[in-house]
Design a protein around this ligand. Structure first.
Ligand SMILES: [Zn+2]
Length: 211
């Protein structure tokens, strides 16, 4: 196969364990030019505070930071309290935090240059035995962004900060509105579904429901 000197470096896919992941990851963070995206199902203060300084200095340089994690009500027990604090802190810093129900991917994407993927929760890591693979190259980054639907502003499953106003089934619902889809149309539903069946279309009108 002919090789071109303009060809991008092939995907390396080097495997890292938690023992050498952080050193390399922090190296990568120093090189961010435009955008950092992190997908971490859980967030916890302890790990995140180590990253906060990096995030703050990136925000000072005008770098876009997008974080996708599970909604607070899906982060259990003590974790949930921590998650609330961290998410609040990140938002105040100007990071875009998207709460996506049941998300499970552990990924970090640095510009269009590098991405990490594996089993380590970057924003809450504390277990042992986790692994991450590091890939380089514009094509592979563009591919994973497409795969994970990261270009969409309001992807299906995203939980908003808007509280559910309640429904007949659950008048005092304490849920949040979540983006759902049916027949390829997006609408807002309640995070407590099926206990609460509140829905609303994107333009504000109630969805027609079968009687
Ligand atoms: Zn509800």
């Amino acid at each position: 196969m002919a090789t071109s000197k303009h060809a991008t470096r092939p995907m390396s896919g080097d495997l890292f364990t938690e023992r050498n992941f952080w050193a390399q990851f922090f190296q990568d963070l120093k090189k961010v030019k435009e955008r950092l995206i992190i997908l971490s199902p859980f967030v916890a203060v302890r790990r995140s505070s180590a990253l906060m300084n990096y995030f703050q200095s990136m925000r000072d340089r005008g770098i876009e930071i997008k974080i996708i994690t599970r909604p607070i009500n899906q982060q259990t027990g003590k974790m949930a309290e921590q998650a609330e604090i961290v998410i609040e802190q990140l938002r105040r810093m100007g990071c875009k935090v998207l709460e996506k129900r049941s998300m499970h991917q552990k990924v970090a994407i640095i510009d269009t240059a590098i991405f990490w993927e594996g089993s380590l929760n970057i924003l809450s890591h504390q277990d042992s035995g986790e692994q991450m693979r590091r890939f380089e190259g514009k094509n592979s980054v563009e591919e994973i962004i497409k795969d994970l639907e990261l270009e969409e502003d309001i992807p299906v499953g995203a939980q908003t900060e808007e509280k559910c106003p309640g429904s007949t089934l659950s008048p005092n619902c304490k849920g949040y509105l979540v983006v759902r889809t049916k027949y390829n149309r997006k609408f807002y539903g309640c995070s407590n579904y099926p206990r609460c069946d509140y829905t609303r279309s994107f333009d504000g009108s109630p969805r027609r429901r079968k009687r």
